[in-house]
Design a binder for this molecule. Structure first.
Ligand code: NAD
Length: 710
């Protein structure tokens, strides 16, 4: 018998001998326990009733079934399990049809795969995105999808987590038939009647090898994917388990394959990577919960101006154009604005060359672009983003000009990386409208947008910035004003830890390798070479006068810059880039410079293991992260995590630096810092917040939880 809860989320109705099973669990018909119970009860009813010849499963509202119920994550499992429900559907003696008119994702697609026939309507989206949460499809998806679609299409779908459209699903063999319209009941009934009229049989996927029948070909296809994935998903757990499950689908009878899938699924559930990925998933949802969003509604923005058409100005312009908004770009003179436009066009020409954009589409996008050298042309703009040189006096002059021309109520933002936004705001008569929008390079690609909140800005301007981030499909993080905000401030500290390691005995190549092995896309010296060594050099020179004379200072990077070795753009930096190569080679001359600097300082180099390199690198990152949280620069530890995952190549599967620290254990991190402090107490000063949490037996996540409940 269905319980009351399951009866309301799974509704039954009989029409012309067809039991129509409607899943109605808003917003996305997630597969909570009540839905699973309701589906099982529906199948029992279908079997027990002589007047029912077929079962049609549909979703109410916009989705078929959106997937697992995220509210059940981490809680004890309530029966029936989804594999059990799927098995029951598949073994039905009456034909079962799934009519999919919206999202059929994860467990939702696994339900559809256990039906005997699948019909897709135009807005259907089908996919198995479990990999994004460190899992694999654990309700038969790894066994049924390859039988139906073949090894390549099925495995690629599971490894990428990407969705297929109705048409793509038909081409891949994932669905049997397409139908027009938006009503799954009408289309599903029509299809079911056809099947009944032709006496279509029940057709359990598990009953045959399907497209895995040619075992040798299936294995060859899978091994090619295994080789590619070993490279591309370096160190990731669940993608390799997905491949192992497909291997089992090829070799083992269905039941044994299912048992194998269950074992691998549970191994994924237990893996620390899953904990990291789930944290990242929830943190990205939490990060938009900021006090200003509760306090004020965003201002409307329909037209955007960008000041400066250099690296960042052009990237920001592309990002805004891609979101469908018009942009006016302002530059200093005719030559600079021509260059600014060329920077923008170059991005679209690159897409055309790769076949990802047509010339007509580019023309349509560029029709929304206006270039100008007259500030008066942006008098009507709702939102202005400044991206001129990183120089306070230049920026103040630009903001005075913006104050003169912008209409009242326009939001005026700066993309500064380090400068004091309160000082920039003070150059205007409207500090309540001035905010920081810190994009990352390349601005049209990088997801992170630090929204920097100066002291006088009004809440609706902050809310507007978050709204803009949504429109641009960015991941916004609220940050307070300080030197470098959240990301660059913490970066400066762990970069210093890397410099100390280098001077003490680890080569830049060993450090980069350890950081990559940890899961970062690149090591710190590779990043320097990519960004251009001259940028950091200029900052160091600017700060030389104010540097604490007691603080340890490593000069190796300065020596390298003095040779004009600025990284990729000059063909050498910490690495050599012969003939414009993008992957650098170790440079013996750099190692000689490192040795000379060590000798000059009287340092006897010692060996560091990769593990020790990472202990120091991460301790520096976490300690500064704790200070950033304590000072209110980041609202919560999770804001630091999202900043690093979205903007600094931090491995998502580790959940961000603060989650990593929680998983290692804060007492261990603090003990490391205290040990390193014996060498350099000035640099390794434990954050008071870290000490406090350790003393109280708490972790960083307890602060996230407290904030969510506040
Ligand atoms: P850039 O040198 O490539 O471009 C700056 C542009 O501003 C130039 O084209 C210049 O002609 C123009 N400009 C200067 N004064 C102007 C004025 N008065 N009116 C109009 N245009 C003017 O510099 P960039 O790398 O694009 O950096 C721009 C800003 O973005 C800086 O504040 C920088 O700190 C910040 N930022 C840079 C990065 C990065 O990785 N490059 C990342 C985040 C933020």
């Amino acid at each position: 018998m269905a319980s009351e809860a399951s009866a309301s989320v799974v509704q039954l109705q009989t029409q012309d001998g067809v039991l129509v099973v409607t899943i109605a669990n808003p917003p996305v018909n997630a597969l909570g326990a009540a839905v699973r119970q309701g589906l099982l009860a529906a199948m029992q009813e279908a079997e027990s009733r002589a007047d029912v010849q077929a079962v049609l499963i549909v979703g109410a509202g916009k989705a078929f079934i959106g997937g697992a119920d995220i509210r059940e994550f981490g809680k004890p499992r309530v029966p029936p399990s989804l594999p059990e429900v799927c098995e029951r559907i598949e073994s039905s003696a009456k034909i079962v049809i799934a009519a999919i008119h919206g999202a059929a994702l994860g467990g939702g697609l696994e339900v559809a795969l256990s039906a005997h026939y699948r019909l897709a309507l135009p807005a259907a989206l089908l996919g198995l995105p479990e990999v994004n949460l460190g899992l694999l499809p654990g309700s038969g998806g790894t066994q049924r999808a390859p039988r139906l679609m073949g090894v390549k299409a099925a495995t690629e779908m599971m490894l990428s987590g990407k969705h297929l459209s109705a048409k793509a699903a038909l081409a891949a063999g994932l669905v049997d038939q397409l139908a027009e319209g938006t009503d799954p009941v009408a289309a599903g009934l029509a299809y079911t009647k056809q099947l009944l009229a032709s006496q279509a049989p029940t057709r359990p996927i598990s009953a045959s090898a399907g497209r895995l029948a040619d075992k040798a070909a299936a294995h060859a296809g899978l091994e090619a994917l295994r080789a590619a994935t070993t490279k591309s998903a370096r160190g990731l757990f669940s993608p390799m388990k997905i491949i192992d499950c497909v291997n089992a689908a090829i070799d083992l009878p269905f039941d044994q394959g299912m048992a194998f899938e269950r074992e691998q699924f549970l191994a994924c559930v237990d893996s620390p990577q899953r904990a990291g990925l789930v944290h990242a998933f929830f943190a990205e949802r939490e990060v938009v919960k900021i006090p200003e969003a509760k306090a004020a509604a965003p201002r409307a923005f329909a037209s955007i101006a960008v000041i400066g058409g250099g690296t960042m100005g052009a990237g920001i312009t592309v990002s805004v154009l891609d979101a469908g908004l018009p942009v006016t770009m302002i530059e200093r003179d005719a030559e600079s604005i021509a260059r600014g436009r060329a920077h923008v066009e170059k991005v679209y020409d690159g897409l055309i060359a790769k076949g990802r954009l047509s010339a007509e589409a580019k023309a349509a996008i560029m029709a929304r672009y206006t270039g100008s050298i007259h500030y008066d042309d942006i008098a009507g703009a709702d939102l202005v983003i400044e991206a001129v040189f990183e120089d306070l006096e230049v920026k103040k002059a630009v903001f005075k000009e913006l104050d003169r021309v912008c209409k009242p109520g326009a939001v005026v933002a700066t993309n500064t990386s380090y400068l004091d936004i309160d000082a920039i705001a003070a150059a205007t008569s409207r500090p309540q409208d001035v905010i920081g929008l810190h994009f990352f390079s390349p601005a049209n690609i990088m997801k992170l947008l630090e929204i920097v909140v100066p002291s006088q800005v009004s809440a609706d301007v902050v809310a507007t910035a978050f709204e803009l981030a949504k429109k641009l499909k960015k991941v916004p993080v609220r940050a307070g004003v300080c030197d470098g905000f959240i990301g660059n401030r913490i970066l400066a500290v762990y970069k210093q830890a890397a410099d100390y390691l280098m001077e003490d005995g680890a080569s830049p190549y060993e450090i980069d390798a350890a950081v990559r092995d940890f899961g970062f896309a690149m090591g710190p010296f590779q990043v320097t070479d990519l960004a251009g060594g001259d940028i950091g050099w200029a900052t160091r020179k600017r700060r030389a006068a104010t540097r604490d004379p007691q603080a340890r200072y490593v000069e190796i990077a300065d020596r390298i810059c003095e040779n004009g070795w600025f990284g990729q753009k000059t063909g050498r930096g910490f690495y050599l880039y012969p003939q414009g190569a993008r992957i650098g080679q170790p440079d013996p001359e750099v190692l000689a410079i490192v040795d000379a600097e060590r000798a000059k300082k009287g340092v006897t180099p010692r060996a560091f293991s990769g593990e020790e390199i990472m202990r120091r690198y991460m301790a520096a990152m976490v300690n500064e992260g704790a200070k950033v949280v304590e000072e209110g620069i980041a609202l919560r530890p999770l804001d630091v995590d999202v900043t690093f995952i979205s903007g600094y190549g931090f491995p998502r599967f580790r959940g961000g630096p603060m989650k990593y620290a929680d998983m290692v254990g804060l007492p261990k991190i603090l003990a490391d810092i205290q040990e390193f402090a014996k060498e350099d107490a000035l640099f390794w000063k434990p954050a008071p917040l870290l000490q406090k949490l350790v003393a109280e037996g708490r972790n960083f996540d307890s602060l996230n939880q407290a904030s969510a409940q506040a």
